[in-house]
Design a protein around this ligand. Sequence first.
Ligand code: FEO
Ligand code: CA
Ligand code: CA
Ligand code: CA
Length: 675
Amino acid sequence: DTTVTISPAQLGFTAVAKNRNDVVTVPTGYTLSVLARLGDPLTAATPAFANNGTDTDYGNRFGDHNDALYYYGLNAAGARDDASNIRGVLVVNHENITEQYMHANGQTGTGGGGVAIARPESEAIKEIEAHGVSVIEVIQAANGGWSYVQNSTFNRRITPNTPVTINGPARGSTLMRTAYSPAGTDGRGTINNCANGVTPWGTNLTCEENWSGYFRRPTATDNPRRTPKELVALARYGVSSTNGNYGWASVTPADSSSTLYRRWDAQATGASATADYRNEPNQYGWTVEVDPYDRTKAPRKRTALGRMNHEGAWPGNFVVGRRPAWYQGDDAQNEYLYKFVSATPWVAADATATDRLAMGDKYLDSGTLYVARFNPDGSGEWLPLVFGQGPLTAANTVYSYADQADVLTHARLAADAVGATRMDRPEWTAVSPTTGEMYLTLTNNSSRTAATADASNPRAYLDPPSTSRSNRNGHILRLREAGDTTEATTFTWDIYLFAAGSDLEAANINLSGLTADNDLSSPDGLWFGRPTNATGQVKPLLWVQTDDGAFTDVTNNQMLAAFPGRVGDGGTRTVTNTAADGTTRTVTTRIGAAPGTELRRFLVGPVGCEITGVDTTPDGRTLFVGVQHPGEGGNLTNITSRWPDTQGGTTPAATVRPRSAVIVVRKNDGGVVAL
Ligand code: FEO
Ligand code: CA
Ligand code: CA
Ligand code: CA
């Protein structure tokens, strides 16, 4: 609807000051509590978490490094109820682990680039099962406080060992054939689950981001065994670790028939792809659909959405009779923004279908994957990645495409071929529920230079104490589809926000005029609040979370709230970038209107954390926020954070280990958060 008006700024809280305290800080008038932490038991029989390295059975505990999360309502009878504000299930991704804090004596294995030793099975199984997804029931008490339900029958862990099915065009492809599934139809688990997506039929999409590093594939020994085509693909996706991130392939399991560790060795050592584990990496990099209300249903990998370092897959707004779309970032330097458009126009009654994963089959298994090209004049195109079209044929000299499964499994190569725009690390996407405009965090890019700066990635600059020039702080781009429809193949765009310290030069770096109340660096998590508040007024409140390395000398990571305007509201701006040799180059970009006080810092996290994951109950009165890897960079001889035990004014013992956790924030008067 092009006539929709934007709500005036009505942020109703006082900005939180930047700080480096080892607690979560929220505005005056708000209270927070810790809802679920690494290791919390998810069955009645699972012991409490000792948090001293002796804990086991991570497959029945809340996992590590919680990332994206989403709340799915339940009524009193335990049935799906999208309007419930007092009971639901949270679906929470577990992206990674902090090995140092997980074992009795810290890290005993091989880290990336570390010394290769045989990993103990007892440690590897903990590390594997701490990854994946948790589904936990959460409930509000009469006094307003929230807790998770330890013995709920909804509680579920999905780990890298959980059976999944391969759906969509890559199902049965030769690329998906493995010893586990010679037919290429099934797989095992999900890993490095980062951001997420949703559907109106009540399912969750969990996205596999930095999966390649988990595999052992020393190139010196494996490259000679691979075809030229395989080598192009493996190099483009970075499957080249000497040991694998955590050395899981080095385990000798007690059950000698177990392949749960050996499968992380992706070398071609056998006679075929079903005799060894060479195709295991092709199982990851996808978007995976989970039914949060039915723990008996195997997750389905939706291969039509493409394979990449899949940050997330957020939908555009659903319109009856229109084909819906999901927007997807590929988070690595100079990668792309993608859009999947379903082949199937939306039917409103499908929102309440009882076989929810069948709705995923209907809307997510066939359609068109596009990649974005951003033009200097503020226009852009969605370029289709379709086998047989343009350069995506067997005759391509960089990579010879066999079929659509090959195109989707190697979406990055296809995107290169069609001439997409290389971006500054595409992270989360978010869509305004009122305007349908899509926002994309471009978190930072240490390889952007004055020479490669372009209209949609326009900054390369010096931000002390760094001595190199790049996009250190990131920006948030947004786009408006032609005709305001998810089906569009063209769009207009601008840059809603340039992240920067407020002390940086206004003319070329702090272009959005940020102040002490809202300066930030490395925007990552991004989400528009649920569309209605208590009065029914539509409020497109935008939440921005940071995952920063450039600003942590000033403040821990943070979350801000905003009321943004619309694409094109700020006009053009010319940025002058200075290269290391002193030469200058100017770029003209499209900038959003300065946010002023319509962007405000709501929360600052503890030491060494990243803020990840955000949602509210439908009434907007309970806010769920993820705090990931507090104490990152520390170890057992230098524990750098003791959060969440620090919360609430207590001083934990020096030996207490930090834990990733999800918190709940509520306004003391029970009102809508942030208003
Ligand atoms: Fe897992 Fe790109 O963040
Ligand atoms: Ca992220
Ligand atoms: Ca990040
Ligand atoms: Ca992270």
